[in-house]
Design a protein around this ligand. Structure first.
Ligand code: ACM
Ligand code: ZN
Length: 550
């Protein structure tokens, strides 16, 4: 039997109102740091001003603490501000050039001081995200929370990512996402130390980026008037939603998103699809197809035979487009698609056959290679490298191209063996458009499949087929969010969260450091943050039999 006093104390402890004597600190950081040495005791933010001393760091590194500063201001009413010496500071930021990876950092939380070391703003930014995740979950609140002790458990963290490319993709073509939603998504990427946002901007079902030279791309190409309603079924049973759907981003809006991402150490990788998935562009400019059209912006999902013709006008058109795209995106890569381009029209098109004869190409796969190579060479003149889906291997891989391996890992393995860089995004593990529970009827209609978070988590981006040297070409991993069946932000969040946490940890930790039961423990803390942020995540991981019940 417990006394009333003991029961009151147990209650208070479970509510987190009083720190227990000798209570072990808990750490729940996603992605988990490479090394974390737990220590006893806690640092506590007290007062409404907290001094930060910057020791030899540049202005960009000072800015790297801004997101944390906003959280402390909004949720805790605490203001971070610079002070002139280390003695007066609660947080000290020290430039440490021995940390050669710009994304690496050291974080030391002692009872009286927090010290962050990094060589670059990116490292300081990630240290600040870790610090945010060490603070009570209420730090995510939009309004000042009273009655919360703003403590950070003491520890020593030595952290750096396994991969230089840690990506999340978003298809804004099948269903449009507003600029504001894209920014909210970028906020979530930043929290998880994901450093690349792959923005899938063009598709059969919609063209989403303003191109001033070709206004019909958005006046016509950004809008469709019917959309498949529900599951993909054959014709007599197919249903349509007869509504106008679409939207696009102006170039000013794109610049705003890119700057917002940059402030969060996220590169934006634009994707302009070619030669396939181009029906929306062809609806606007049918003269660039083999047949001449006419076409409608597609409302059905799938792969369509009408793709760009390889006549000269197409190249001029796409080069003009890239002339406008390139200045908007400072990232050194442009994604030019290359996937799912049927060769049906090219086989029957006199202009395409003439192109093959003129260039000495043996088949239409080589014609696709010619197309990709030519656009890659054009982008190289603008200082950009290309990324393409693994179909760009067919007919010969363009020099210097990076391959995104999506139809399994075979394409990635072949490309790495050829000395090309690879981003692993195999559809069996990294396509977050699939169901995530076995109770599919309780989820919104999805494209199919079954991808529980545990399967995402356990995926090892390094294929066993490759040597250590070849594995160096696996530069990262990415989760893909195709939105055919993601009609709105709620459904997108349901599919993305929390599987995105598993993607993030795959990108950050070496396989040997990954631990699924520990990840699930940390995920339960993360979902408390999501609750506060209003993120509508799937709870499938809770009913997963592998989850330990508390
Ligand atoms: C793809 O999923 N078509 C790259
Ligand atoms: Zn043609």
């Amino acid at each position: 039997m417990k006394t009333v006093k003991q029961l009151v104390l147990i209650c208070a402890l479970s509510l987190g109102l009083v720190p227990a004597q000798g209570q072990k600190n808990e750490y729940a950081i996603i992605p988990a740091p490479l090394q974390l040495k737990a220590q006893s005791g806690q640092f506590q933010f007290t007062g409404d001003f907290v001094g930060v001393f910057f020791d030899g760091v540049d202005a960009a590194s000072e800015q790297a603490l801004r997101i944390l500063a906003f959280r402390l201001r909004d949720a805790a009413g605490i203001h971070l501000g610079p002070v002139a010496n280390a003695q007066k500071a609660a947080i000290v930021c020290v430039r440490n050039t021995k940390l050669t990876n710009p994304e690496a950092y050291k974080l030391t939380v002692a009872k009286n001081k927090i010290t962050i070391e990094a060589s670059d703003a990116a490292g300081f930014f990630y240290a600040a995200q870790t610090l945010r995740q060490l603070l009570p979950v209420e730090i995510e609140s939009a309004t000042v929370q009273t009655g919360v002790k703003w403590t950070v458990p003491c520890c020593q963290i030595n952290d750096a990512p396994q991969y230089s490319y840690r990506g999340m993709h978003l298809d804004v073509a099948r269903h449009f996402a507003s600029k504001e939603e894209v920014m909210r998504y970028i906020d979530q990427l930043a929290l998880l130390k994901i450093n690349t946002f792959h923005w899938h901007l063009t598709e059969d079902q919609g063209w989403r980026i303003e191109i001033k030279k070709y206004p019909k791309l958005t006046s016509i190409g950004a809008w469709r008037y019917r959309t498949l309603d529900g599951a993909y079924v054959s014709v007599p049973n197919r249903k349509w939603k007869m509504e106008k759907h679409g939207g696009f981003y102006t170039q000013d809006e794109i610049k705003e998103v890119v700057a917002y991402a940059a402030a969060r150490h996220i590169n934006v990788l634009p994707e302009i699809e070619m030669p396939g998935h181009a029906v929306a562009a062809l609806a606007a400019y049918p003269e660039l197809s083999c047949s001449g059209g006419p076409f409608e912006v597609e409302g059905l999902w799938g792969v369509f035979n009408d793709i760009y013709c390889t006549r000269e006008e197409t190249f001029a058109f796409l080069q003009d487009i890239l002339d406008e795209v390139v200045p908007l995106f400072p990232y050194s890569y442009v994604h030019i698609g290359g996937d799912e381009a049927p060769k049906t029209r090219w086989k029957r098109c006199a202009a395409c056959q003439q192109r093959m004869a003129d260039e000495g190409l043996h088949d239409e796969h080589e014609l696709q290679s010619y197309f990709i190579r030519r656009m890659g060479n054009y982008l190289a003149t603008k200082g950009k490298k290309i990324i393409g889906w693994d179909e760009i291997l067919e007919g010969g891989l363009a020099e210097g191209a990076t391959v995104m391996s999506w139809r399994g890992t075979e394409g990635g393995i072949a490309a790495a063996k050829m000395g090309h860089d690879v981003i692993m995004t195999p559809n069996g593990y990294m396509y977050l458009d699939q169901y995530q529970s076995e109770e599919k009827d309780k989820e919104p209609c999805a494209i199919g499949g079954y991808l529980p978070i545990e399967k995402v988590y356990n995926y090892n981006p390094l294929p066993s087929e490759l040597t250590a040297e070849q594995n160096k070409h696996i530069i990262g991993v990415q989760g893909n969010v195709w939105t055919e069946y993601m009609l709105n932000e709620d459904i997108r969040q349901f599919r993305i969260f929390p599987r995105i946490d598993a993607v993030a940890e795959n990108g950050w930790l070496p396989q040997s450091k990954k631990n699924y039961p520990d990840f699930k423990r940390r995920l339960q803390q993360m979902t408390k943050r999501y609750d506060i942020m209003g993120i509508k995540y799937s709870q499938a991981f809770i009913s997963n039999p592998m989850v330990e019940k508390k």
